[in-house]
Design a protein around this ligand. Structure first.
Ligand code: ADP
Ligand code: VHF
Length: 373
């Protein structure tokens, strides 16, 4: 009997499930083994129905608190990194043991921002996931908190989950939290009501978003879930937001929580990230011909079309590309340091190769690393 179930869910072949720190922890702050056990049963049931599942699990910092004698999530980055270093192993150990009851093998994947923004890393991450899924492994993803600096952190796992959903070409993203969906206002406010479906983000004009959950263990609150939903749905992936206790019903397609319908078409994950979530470190000024090449022909940006440079960036950083009038037309990952660019301005690749060596023949921004704004 499937009448009334959500087809977006029942028809999904590959599903990314994200669970937040606040859903995995006891009130005392540690990881709740019973919650992990129940969640694993639900994931195994979804696999039993034929879905491939990738889990994005927060909770490393929370799991590391008690072994380090900490009572709450520390504020400083180094202390958070230390807690994550202690907690991540414990967390994955818990999942591994529980999955083994279902004869499922767990694989740990720790990602940094570079892994989804730099072309070579991105391809590498994609093939790792593809191989794990082909082998029947259930990948358990988290941010690589112990090495990420503040500047390059995702910080919350909601957006990480939306990018992982793109990376693995998922058909559905399920965000599990301590709240059973999106409410018209902070659910602690009397009078707020559940929003069962979101068809367009314009519908959310009346929704008020409050601070993260009461336990103080989550990081992003509802705001980052909405951003994650916007990124995923904008690229064709529907999102269900539900409480962790409703995971079974949510993954079976029952009408619990909030369903965000897909609004756009799939595009490259890295480009999505570049467009939505990066801070440009500088600007390259383009002549009119280069603007046409980049915008109309979707070509790479060559040194010959660059007339000026603003900002202090290093190779690999995101930069804006602006036309002669200063209007930003695109964003891309630049292949040179800011200090190297002045000597390249307006010169052909051929000249650059002859005078400066083969390393200078490369595009200033490769078209695969460019997104039009
Ligand atoms: N409009 C809203 N709808 C639902 N929850 C909201 C809203 N505004 C604020 N919140 C709060 O966001 C919390 C979820 O965020 P968070 O604690 O960071 O979760 P997680 O750890 O699952 O990522 C909820 O517990 C709720 O108190
Ligand atoms: N990577 C961090 C998770 C960051 C975080 O708190 O995310 P979330 O609980 O999903 O808002 C950890 O494992 O502790």
């Amino acid at each position: 009997m499937t009448a009334g179930l959500r087809l977006e869910v029942t028809g999904a072949r590959r599903v990314v499930v994200k669970v937040g720190s606040s859903s995995l922890t006891t009130t005392a702050g540690g990881i709740d083994p019973a919650t992990v056990s129940r969640l694993v049963d639900v994931l195994a049931a979804a696999r039993g129905r034929g879905a491939e599942v990738v889990l994005v699990s927060s909770g490393a910092i929370a799991a590391g608190l008690s072994p380090l004698g900490l009572r709450k999530r520390p504020r400083g980055l180094a202390a958070q990194q230390a807690a994550a270093s202690v907690g991540q192993g414990l967390l994955v150990h818990r999942y591994t043991e529980e999955l083994a009851r279902h004869d499922v093998v767990a694989g740990q994947v720790l990602l940094t921002l570079d892994d989804v923004t730099r072309r070579s890393h991105y391809r590498n991450a994609f093939s790792t996931f593809a191989k794990l899924l082909e082998l029947g492994v259930l990948p358990i993803v988290n941010e690589n908190d112990t090495v990420a600096t503040n500047e390059i952190r995702f910080g919350d796992n909601d957006r990480l989950a939306s990018l992982v959903a793109h990376l693995v070409h998922a058909d559905l993203l399920v965000l599990l939290s301590d709240v059973d969906g999106l409410y018209t206002a902070d659910p602690r406010d009397p009078g707020s009501t559940l929003v069962p479906e979101v068809r367009s983000f314009a519908d959310l004009a009346h929704v008020r978003v409050g601070s993260p959950g009461a336990a103080g263990l989550g990081s992003g609150g509802m705001q980052t879930k909405l951003e994650a939903a916007r990124i995923a749905t904008g690229a064709g992936i529907p999102v269900v937001l539900a409480a962790a206790e409703q995971a079974d019903a949510a993954l079976a397609g029952e009408r619990v929580g909030t369903l965000f319908h897909a609004t756009g078409k799939r595009r490259s994950t890295r480009l999505l990230w570049l467009a939505h979530a990066t801070e440009p470190k500088g600007t390259l000024l383009l002549d009119p011909g280069a603007v046409r090449a980049v915008v109309e022909r979707r070509a790479s940006l060559l040194a010959a079309g660059v007339t000026g440079v603003i900002g202090a960036f290093t190779a690999g950083d995101p930069v804006n590309l602006a036309g002669p009038d200063g209007a930003v037309v695109a964003r891309g990952l630049v292949n040179f340091d800011a200090g190297e660019v002045p000597q390249l301005l307006g010169r052909s690749s051929h000249d650059l190769k002859r005078e400066l060596g083969a390393a200078y023949e490369r595009e200033v921004v490769h078209r695969d690393d460019l997104v039009l704004l």
